[in-house]
Each structure stands twice: as C-alpha cells, then as structure tokens.
Ligand binder design. Structure first.
Ligand code: HC0
Ligand code: SF4
Length: 556
C-alpha cells in the first residue's frame, strides 16, 4: 500500500497491524511507552501521536489506509511529546543513578532525546512501598502506568498476578488486595520485567554473592545456559559474534573462576534421561502425555493450575539442577574437594531459575543464579572488553555439548533432542510439523513399524493453557509436550538484556542457530563425556542412582 510519510510516497506493508508498526518497518521508530506487539493495544501513553490527514492521532490505534498523509515529527508533535514526558516526571522517582534500569530505561532515554532537563511542575509523591517479597521486585514510584506488565501477565501468560488498583492520581499496579507478589500466583517468569519500560519491575541482583564467595576462597565453578551466548552480545557491542561463549569462559577464568562448564552438556544428559523415561511411559502406556519440566516458570504454573497433570511432568531435573547435582555429589569427590567448599554460579537468561535453585527439594545444588544482565554488569564493571578476549573452550568433562543440547535455549530444542536420542530405536520414517498458531506447533513422527508419535511444542503460558485445556477436553491427542514459559523459549527469558521483545528474540534465535552450527556433535547420544558419566557413575538411564541424582518431585 502507498501512503505519504513526511511528504514522501512510501510503500508500506499491507498487513501491518497499525500505523506504528508500518512506520517501524520502513525505518521510522515512533516514540512510545506502552506499545507491545505481543499484547492488545492500550493507547495509554499518547507518545506515539502523529498527524494523519491534518489530525493528531495515536499511531498505535490507527490502521493504515491507501493514500493517508502522515507527518511523524512536527513542532506541535514534539511539544506534545515533551509535555507528556514532563507530566510523567511530575510524579516519577528520579533516583536514576541507583536504579537497576539506569542506562536502559525508556523514560530516561526519551528525557535525554527530548531535552527534558527541568520539570515545570512540583514533584508529587505517591505513597509507595517497595515489594521485595519475591525475586521480582516492584517499585511503584517508578511506574508510569503504561500497563505493559499487566497485559503481558494476563494476555500472554494468562496469569493476571498484577492489575490496576485505585483511580486517578492514586492509581497503581499491584497484586489483588495489596498482597505481596510472593503470595500470589506469580510464576516468576519475568515477562513483566522484560516488558517494563522503566525500573518499576526489576529482579533481585545477586552479583555481590559471587564476589563474597570469591573473597571467602571458595572453589568457584561457573556454568552457562545455552541462551546467554545468543544475547549478551547486545550489551557488549559484539553484534553477531558467535564465539561469545568462549570469550566469557576466558573472562570468568581471568577474574578467578576455577572452572567453567556448559549447561548445554547437562541438556544432553537431561535429553538422554528424559527420552528413556518417555520410552518407558510409551511402553507402559502411562503418565502420557509426558510434559518437559526444565522450565521452572512452567513447573510453577503447572503446580498452581494443573496439579492433576503433575505426574505427567518428566521427573528429570532441569539441566541447571542436574549439573548442580552431579557437581556437588560426584565431581566434588572426583577432584577431592569438599562440596561445601564449592560455590556453583549458574548463568541464566531466566528469573525463575533463581527461584528453581532455591526450591526446598533442590536447594544446595546451585549456590547462586545470575542472569545474562548481571553477567554483563560484571563484565562491564571489570573494565575488560570482551571483544579483545580470545575464546577458549569450556572445561571438560562438563563442557562438551551437542547441537541438540545447545538448541534447548530456544523453543523446540528439548523436544527435538528427545527425538534425536530415540531416533535409532524409533526408526523414523517421516516427520511432519504444522504451526497451529503462533507459539503452538504440532509434530507427527511416523515410524517404520507403522506407529506414530505426536508432540506439541508450545511457548507462552497462555498458549500452554490452551493446549492443556484441549488435552483435558479430549480435543488433542498427544504423546509429548514441550513447554517454555517465555515467548521463543529461554532466549526471551526475563533476565535477558533490554529491549527484550519479538524483534530481538527473533535475532537471538538466529544467532543461537549459528552458534549451534559450530559444534560438531549432532545428537546427545554422541556426547562421549555424557556417556562416560553413565559408565562411571550413573550406570544407565533410569537406574537407581540416576533417579537419586537426576530426578525430582513436584508440589501439589
Ligand atoms: Fe534454558 Fe535450560 S534451556 S531452561 O531455556 O532445559 O533458563 O538457555 O539453561 O536448566 O539447558 C534457561 C536456556 C537453560 C536449563 C538448559 C533447559
Ligand atoms: Fe506475571 Fe510473570 Fe511478572 Fe509474575 S513474573 S507478575 S507471572 S509476568
């Protein structure tokens, strides 16, 4: 479709959701504080106003039409946007220097771009209590009432742990009845944090715990999740670098880490164990469909909403916890160090992983979880320039991984790894995949002996709810379901750099595929260090010892 933009004829995408997205596609980024392409359109902030055929209107709420005459930046629009910002600042906490979002806050960015140096209005303070009850921290003095968190939590995740309360100047976002977040049905997925434009929603920063352990002379072991290597580049000026993981290993060693392992190794281990569990359930015809259980946001969601399905969850721990368990119970003995003296630092894209490590039944396996954001802070504050640090391999034996293991970091990775493990035994004849809707894919595998296995790969908890409800109603027959709580899987986790939206997640997904491409091992079954761990310690999949070390239970 042809429209006029700032006096120039411009071809835009006919299927653009609205004018804001159409303009974005042709390279004009319209300022906004409440627009998310993942949720319904709210139109609260008014920052995205443009002039259409002589009238001011919000570009998020208008559909483009042939020949429309759009002006995106006029003196009038500029002044209006400045006015909106000033009004927001009138009641906004301005302690930017100590804010977790200092340097990547959208409001701060616009204040700089629009030259807001002085606010004409007196500062009005709202009553505010900072909610530190959970790993997700809420500070309403920094909230601009854009509602992004409310819509993501409700519309994308189908949880609704937070909503608007009170009216007018007193309006606030909070859990029902003013409860602390820890006492709600929040699953700690961090999607509200990922989409909050300011520092109103952040997560607990645990960097100091790492330094304290170093000071105490602990034997520091780091382990890095697959998705971290596809996103940390965004914070460090390393666009498209596919050997970032190796640079990080070298960096961590140079600041005092004794060993750095790869969580993707444990992903191979988990896929191997989980594939055998699935095979056993298929043979016995019980606890089907089998659900993956490596995403802690999903596990908590299942515990809250679908207790009747808990026995269907794979009882294999997540790769984070499986590796923690192996290191503390087995590796410590191998290297002759008291497990109490080992301090295991897990580097994750995810806020819920902090919670997982603290779950009663898993605690002690991983000592601290820091996110991609926190690792980037450690790197930047150290004065090192990651670009100049040559990559080195992860330490052996838990540094070897297959392409399958690495692909855990994005949607579909766990399911395809389980299939890879079973490939030879199943004698696969054909595989057909169909996208039912965004975030829900269904795959049918036909085997040479005429059997078929159906798997669903789903991301987003709202989508997950739809899938489970269909299974419950008997409208979906499926054998295995992979669930990731965040859109696009772990690469979209709540601990990833900002912005953390569909556009960057798509890029991360591509980078992770390129990183995967470097590795020479394809299937978990080729990971010889993983196989040798079975030989030396775990014996065989689902053995007594494997159950003791690698399996867990869930809470009703
Ligand atoms: Fe993931 Fe994982 S793939 S949950 O997304 O399974 O966070 O990256 O580390 O544990 O491997 C996150 C990422 C992990 C785990 C792995 C799984
Ligand atoms: Fe909702 Fe997830 Fe935020 Fe909790 S962490 S409030 S579940 S979006």
């Amino acid at each position: 479709m042809k429209i006029i933009v700032n006096g120039k004829e411009t071809i835009i995408n006919d299927n653009a959701r609205n004018l804001l997205e159409a303009l974005r596609d042709v390279g004009i980024e319209i300022p906004n504080l409440c627009y998310l392409s993942e949720t319904s359109i709210y139109g609260a902030c008014r920052m995205c106003i443009v002039e259409v055929d002589g009238q001011l209107m919000t570009s998020c709420s208008i559909k483009p039409y042939e020949g429309m005459n759009v002006k995106t930046h006029t003196p009038e629009i500029y002044e209006m946007r400045r006015g909106i910002l000033e009004l927001l600042f009138a009641s906004h906490n301005r302690d930017c220097t100590t804010c977790e979002r200092n340097g990547n806050c959208k409001l701060q960015k616009y204040a700089e771009e629009f030259g807001i140096r002085k606010v004409r209005f007196d500062k009005l303070d709202k009553s505010n209590i900072i909610d530190y009850s959970s790993i997700i921290i809420r500070d309403n003095s920094k909230c601009i009432l854009c509602g992004d968190c409310v819509r993501v939590c409700d519309e994308v995740q189908s949880i609704g742990a937070i909503d608007f309360a009170f009216r007018g100047f007193e309006a606030q976002v909070m859990p029902a009845f003013g409860e602390e977040l820890a006492n709600t049905n929040c699953v700690l997925c961090g999607q509200c944090v990922a989409h909050c434009p300011t520092g109103a929603l952040t997560f607990r920063n645990d960097i100091q715990k790492v330094y304290k352990a170093m000071e105490e002379g602990k034997y520091i072991i780091g382990m890095m999740a697959p998705a971290v290597r596809a996103s940390i580049q965004e914070e460090l000026g390393l666009e498209n670098d596919v050997v970032t993981a190796g640079r990080i290993v070298n960096f961590l060693k140079s600041i005092g880490f004794n060993k750095v392992f790869d969580v993707a190794f444990a992903a191979d281990l988990v896929a191997y164990e989980e594939a055998h569990e699935f095979k056993e359930r298929l043979e016995k015809g019980e606890k089907l469909p089998q659900f993956t259980s490596c995403c802690p946001g999903w596990v908590k969601f299942a515990e809250h909403n679908y207790p009747e399905f808990l026995e269907n969850l794979s009882s294999v721990k997540s790769p984070q916890q499986a590796l923690g368990s192996i290191i503390k119970r087995y590796y410590a003995k191998e290297i002759g160090i008291d497990p109490e003296d080992i301090y295991l630092v897990s580097i994750m894209p995810c806020t819920a992983k902090k919670f997982e490590a603290e779950r009663e039944e898993l605690s002690g396996e991983v000592d601290v979880v820091i996110t991609t954001k926190e690792l980037s802070q450690i790197i930047r504050s150290s004065g090192f320039n990651l670009k100049d640090i040559p990559p080195v391999p992860f330490d052996r034996p838990y540094g070897l991984s297959s392409q399958s293991g690495l692909s855990f970091g994005k949607t579909g990775g766990v399911f395809s790894s389980v299939l890879n493990v079973l490939e030879d035994e199943l004698e696969v004849e054909s595989v057909k995949t169909e996208e039912l809707e965004k975030g829900i894919r269904i795959t049918t595998v036909k085997t040479k002996n005429g059997k078929s296995i159906t798997g669903v790969v789903v991301f987003g908890l709202g989508n997950t709810r739809k899938v489970i409800d269909k299974i419950k109603e008997g409208n979906l027959k499926v054998d295995i379901v992979e669930v990731m709580a965040c859109d696009f899987g772990c690469i979209g986790g709540g601990g990833q750099p900002y912005p953390n939206d569909t556009r960057v997640r798509t890029k991360r997904s591509k980078i992770l595929s390129e990183v995967v491409g470097i590795d020479v091992l394809i299937s978990p079954t080729e990971n010889y260090h993983m196989l040798s761990l079975y030989e030396k310690y775990l014996k065989e999949p689902l053995s007594h010892i494997a159950h003791e070390v690698l399996h867990t239970t869930y809470k009703n």
